[in-house]
Design a protein around this ligand. Structure first.
Ligand code: GN1
Ligand code: MG
Length: 365
């Protein structure tokens, strides 16, 4: 047993005896563990324990205030609809002092959630129904938060999906080239520069009041939806760190980015990477089945574009981090961020080729 983790867990209102705590490898940002407690007799209960990355999230207290408010709202709505709030949304475990996080003497921020059993997060898409379930779960999530005022949330990472600012950050680091890596990324850098014009399309529409700000998830990777083992349904949306005011299109676009490519995000064999139109179609159906009744016609017509823009933006972020020396995303190997940028740009190029087909799948003609 790791004594440091055991000591941290003592600060949470967790009933029973700690049996074990093991590292859990998910996401690119936080340190995550699963702690198992014995409650009574043989009965055990698991918890997901995370150290919040306060380099990425500079205001962990604001972040935790958001998560507390959003999960309280979701719990209420889910209960009112006859659902099971313990399964359909994350539940924070309070600390002994009744707070949503524990800050230790070293200044680390820790939080704990009930582990949702009999449901999985998958690292690979299983089939088209999995895609449909992911899209529907994110659409439902937005629907449940429709009556939550966006202004009541902190912006946990300012300008998170502000593509022009992401592009500006890329250009700044490309100009400095602090690690002499630009020489290895010439093609990728040119790819970005050729496409700069499309970057401000969504932010301009917000500025003109043409697209509504909503409460959105903003990190809609397909592995952020837990799939129920028994029913195969998308039962719970997780990873609520970036829930804040945003566009419905950010969520749809980023979900397509993560799930419409049959290969992993870090795939080195680019011949395997692209956008699968059958999966895109399942994303559209799942999302519109849940969100179709509140989206505006402009939002619906921009669904294909949002997928391309969010993929481009993510590629720009990976490339920026490669040039900056891998300071943001966790990496497992040399050139990991460059490989990730390459898969994103390969997808963008494929989306450009298939754009008209994608548009028809959304509009029906
Ligand atoms: C990060 O940690 P994870 O996998 O949930 C990132 C997302 C990126 C994603 C790319 C807070 O998400 O924005 O799309 O990596 N999250 C943050 O894999 O930056
Ligand atoms: Mg995340």
């Amino acid at each position: 047993m790791n004594p440091r983790l055991a000591a941290i867990l003592e600060n949470f209102k967790l009933p029973g005896k700690l049996l074990e705590v093991l590292p859990h490898k998910v996401g690119h940002i936080h340190d995550t563990y699963i702690a198992t407690f014995r409650r009574s007799g043989e009965e055990t209960q698991r918890y997901l324990v995370q150290r919040v990355n306060d380099h990425v999230f500079e205001r962990p207290e604001a972040l935790m205030a958001n998560i507390q408010r959003v999960t309280a709202h979701l719990r209420e709505k889910i209960a009112a609809a006859g659902g099971d709030p313990q399964r359909e949304t994350l539940s924070l475990i309070p600390t002994q002092r009744g707070r949503s996080f524990y800050k230790n003497a070293q200044g680390e921020y820790w939080r704990a959630y009930t582990f949702i059993e009999n449901a999985q997060s998958y690292e690979k898409i299983r089939d088209l129904d999995h895609v449909y379930q992911v899209a529907r779960a994110f659409g439902r999530f937005q629907g449940l938060l429709r009556d939550f005022p966006p202004s009541a949330l902190h912006e946990t990472i300012p300008d998170f999906h502000h593509t022009p600012k992401r592009l500006a950050a890329f250009l700044a680091v490309a100009a400095k080239d602090p690690h002499n890596r630009a020489q290895f990324a010439q093609e990728e850098m040119a790819f970005v520069k050729e496409r700069g014009e499309e970057a401000p399309i969504l932010t301009d529409l917000i500025a003109h009041g043409d697209l509504p700000l909503r409460v959105t998830h903003n990190d809609t990777k397909f592995n952020n939806v837990l799939i129920d083992d028994a029913t195969g349904e998308g039962v719970c949306v997780v990873d609520l760190d970036t829930v804040m005011p945003g566009l419905a299109l950010y969520d749809f676009g980023d979900a397509v980015r993560s799930g419409a490519n049959p290969a992993p995000e870090s795939e080195r064999d680019l011949s395997k990477v692209g956008i699968d139109l059958a999966r895109f179609e399942a994303f559209v159906h799942g999302y519109l089945d849940a969100a179709g009744d509140f989206l505006t016609p402009l939002e619906v017509s921009l669904l294909p574009f949002s997928a391309k823009l969010m993929t481009f933006e993510c590629g720009v972020r990976f490339l920026t981090d490669y040039l900056a020396g891998d300071v943001y995303f966790k990496t497992d190997r040399e050139n990991h961020n460059l490989d990730r940028a390459r898969t994103q740009f390969k997808m963008v190029a494929d989306m450009e080729r298939k754009f008209e087909e994608g548009r028809k799948l959304v509009s029906g003609n």
